[in-house]
Design a binder for this molecule. Structure first.
Ligand SMILES: [Mg+2]
Length: 210
């Protein structure tokens, strides 16, 4: 059974009219968290409610894909939701007590303009998922915060803890990702991340098409 804490993130954010709907809190996290997770980018979209039950999703190839049909996106505008009912599915999870968290490996080490562009893209995704509050955590370089290591899950736990709200319960939570080590998958990083963090794991097909 989920326990929830309402966190009024939206009003603490710096996003105004016409700006990104994601409030990037990378530099606003408590000092001990930002020093431990300084390569992690942490964003909050909408009126997020923390829960012991976390529905966590990889981003690329799980929630979105390049609109162009190419393997890699051409630019920050080259994306679309992978499934037509993504927003409804996420909303249903929230209604049943889950909090939505996106956990994504990105790699913009030494390319701050690209990282900035990606943050704008996340704002556009939040616009498209309007009314679906979520936290987005991204590893921005190749270090211990990158999947399959569990740094991003640790960052989420530390963040909830710093706010004195409920703690994510791995037994009540799950992770969905497309890097499952299947034939044609680029890696098994998502599957191994779930294993390392002791989270139930589903591929997007297992989760969304079931
Ligand atoms: Mg992926």
């Amino acid at each position: 059974m989920a326990r929830q804490s309402t966190l009024n993130f939206a009003r603490s954010g710096a996003h105004g009219a016409g700006r990104s709907r994601v409030s990037w809190k990378h530099h606003q996290l408590a000092n001990d968290i930002s020093s431990r997770f300084h390569t992690v980018l942490f964003g909050v979209a909408g009126e997020f409610t923390a829960s012991t039950q976390i529905a966590a999703f990889d981003l690329d190839g799980t929630l979105i894909r390049p609109k162009s049909g190419l393997k890699f996106p051409r630019n920050a505008a080259d994306w679309s939701l992978l499934r037509r009912d993504t927003k409804e599915r996420l909303n249903t999870l929230i209604q049943t007590g889950y909090a939505i968290v996106i956990i994504s490996n990105q790699n913009y080490s030494g390319r701050p303009a690209k990282l900035e562009e990606w943050q704008v893209k996340m704002g556009a995704i939040a616009e498209r998922l309007h009314d679906v509050p979520f936290i987005c955590i991204a590893a921005t370089t190749k270090d211990e915060n990158r999947k399959p290591d569990t740094g991003m899950w640790g960052c989420l736990q530390a963040y909830f803890e710093s706010l004195g709200c409920v703690r994510p319960d791995t037994k009540e939570s799950f992770f969905v990702g497309d890097a499952a080590g299947r034939r044609g998958d680029h890696s098994a990083d998502d599957k191994n991340f779930a294993k390392n963090a002791e989270l139930r794991f589903y591929t997007p097909e297992e989760y969304f098409d079931a």
